[in-house]
Design a binder for this molecule. Sequence first.
Ligand code: SF4
Ligand code: SF4
Length: 218
Amino acid sequence: HAKEINPRNTNAEYLYNELAKRNIPAVIMEPLLGGRLSNLHDHVVARLKQAEPDRSVASWAFRYAGTHPDVLTVLSGMTYMEHLEDNLRTYAPFKPLTNEEMDFLYTTADLMMQYPTIPCNDCKYCMPCPYGIDIPSILLHYNKCVNEGNIPEGHDGEEYRKARRAFLVGYDRSVPRLRQASHCIGCNQCGPHCPQSIDIPSELHRIDAFVENLKQNA
Ligand code: SF4
Ligand code: SF4
């Protein structure tokens, strides 16, 4: 799905095979796509947990990367001791993915593509915005709500009220009012810095319109 996520991406399978042809071992950076592969939709998490209840969601990505024979090492930024411990459990001893597990992951990836998250990995290359907008926090809050099923649909019912409240309260907690999408003037100074080619002003305006709509439908 590399090209579907970002047209500037190069298929990792192609890159890996080019290295293998030249006997150059591969070094994998960002095996969790900047954390995106450990923050998945609740349905996807449930699916992975059902298959391997004792393993973390992140461990699937590490095992995927490590299963390829010409991978020399997998580099990952770890902020907390629990991440380090989890990664050690994944790699010592290492259990490569079976063919069935590979197929299971490809089907899981197809499922992930159905959820409309924005491919922001919180790299912050778009920052600082000259108008003070906290771009990554806004996009990540939106993604979190998509993954947790808190993107309210319709205008009525208990589910709508719960999701609406979760979205709006969470938005104010995650992003100070003055740094929210409503203050974006659309200058696009941020856009060219985004390695994921996200159309940042459009996404911010879309999220702002969504927020305004939620506020009006109290
Ligand atoms: S488009 Fe919006 S978010 Fe991007 S730099 Fe301009 S004001 Fe900031
Ligand atoms: S540069 Fe793009 S991917 Fe990185 S934080 Fe900004 S919007 Fe997200």
